[in-house]
Design a protein around this ligand. Structure first.
Ligand code: NAP
Length: 228
C-alpha cells in the first residue's frame, strides 16, 4: 500500500469518526488541539492524551490551522500538515481531525473556529489546548475577550519554559478578562516542530520523534528539505 493510499484510507476512517461524533448532542467535554503542526510529533500526541485523561475529556479534536495570520516564516502547505495529523491519529478512536480551518480561504482566527464549534456541538464544554508560548501572546489574538467566553484554555508547558512566568500571565488574564485558563506541565513536551525541521534540514534522523507514517509521508513528499 502506498502512503497516498494510506492517507485516503485515513481520511475515510476519520470522516466516519467525525460523523459519529457530530451526531452526539449530549453534554460532552471536547478538547480542541489547535496548532500549526508543522509537523505533528509525538509530544503533541502525548500532550493530547495526557490532557484528555487529566480533564476527563470525551474526545480530542485536532484542528490544524489553515492560514495562521501570525506566522512570519513560510509554513508548509496546509494539506500536507492536515494529512500528517490524519496519519497520526488514525489508530485512536478518541482523536479526531477537523478540516474546518484548512478549508477556510482567508486568515484563520481561533474566534471563528470557536463560534463554528459552538454551532455544531451546542451543549459541549470546550477546552482549547495549545502551547504556553502561544497563550502568552493571546492578547494579540482577534476578539481576545470573546475567546475566553466561548472556551476554557489549557496552556501546555514544556521543559525549559518558566512556569512562574506563565502563571503570572495566566493570573493577569484571569483578572482582566475573567478567563478560565490553566497551565499544565507536560514532561514529554521536550520535542518541538522546529527541532524536527532542523533535523530534516541537516539530513539527520527523526525516527521515534514522529509516528512512522508521518516520517514516511515527509520523505515521500520531500517536505522540509529546502531550508524552511
Ligand atoms: P506556535 O506559536 O507555533 O506555537 C507556540 C508553541 O506552542 C510552540 O512551542 C509549539 O510547539 C507549541 N504548540 C503549538 N500547538 C500546541 C499544542 N496544541 N499543544 C502543545 N503545544 C503546542 O502556535 P501555533 O501552532 O501557530 O498556534 C497555536 C494555536 O493558537 C492555533 O490553533 C492557532 O490558530 C491559535 N492562534 C490563534 C491566533 C488568532 O486567532 N489570532 C493567533 C495565534 C495563534 P511546536 O512548534 O512543537 O508545535
Amino acid at each position: 500500500m502506498t502512503i497516498n493510499n494510506i492517507v485516503d484510507e485515513s481520511f475515510i476512517i476519520n470522516q466516519n469518526k467525525l460523523k459519529k461524533f457530530d451526531n452526539r448532542c449530549d453534554n460532552i467535554k471536547i478538547g480542541i488541539m489547535g496548532g500549526t503542526f508543522d509537523p505533528i510529533h509525538y509530544a503533541h500526541l502525548a500532550t493530547a492524551e495526557f490532557i484528555r485523561d487529566s480533564y476527563k475529556l470525551d474526545k480530542i479534536l485536532f484542528i490544524p490551522s489553515g492560514n495562521p495570520p501570525h506566522k512570519k516564516r513560510k509554513i508548509t502547505d496546509k494539506y500536507h500538515r492536515y494529512n500528517m495529523v490524519l496519519l497520526s491519529t488514525i489508530n485512536n478512536d478518541n482523536f479526531i481531525v477537523s478540516d474546518m480551518e484548512i478549508k477556510r480561504e482567508k486568515s484563520t482566527y481561533t474566534i471563528d473556529t470557536l463560534k463554528q464549534l459552538k454551532q455544531i456541538y451546542i451543549n459541549a464544554e470546550i477546552y482549547f489546548i495549545t502551547g504556553a508560548d502561544a497563550i502568552c501572546d493571546i492578547e494579540t489574538w482577534k476578539d481576545v475577550e470573546e475567546n475566553f467566553k466561548l472556551a476554557n484554555f489549557i496552556a501546555a508547558t514544556r521543559p525549559g519554559i518558566s512556569l512562574l512566568k506563565i502563571n503570572e500571565k495566566i493570573k493577569d488574564l484571569k483578572d482582566k478578562y475573567n478567563a478560565n485558563i490553566e497551565s499544565i506541565y507536560v514532561p514529554s513536551l521536550d520535542i518541538s516542530s522546529t527541532y524536527i525541521r532542523n533535523q530534516l534540514n541537516k539530513n539527520k534522523t527523526i525516527r521515534y520523534l514522529v509516528p512512522e507514517l508521518v516520517q514516511e509521508y515527509i520523505y515521500n513528499k520531500q517536505i522540509y528539505n529546502n531550508g524552511e
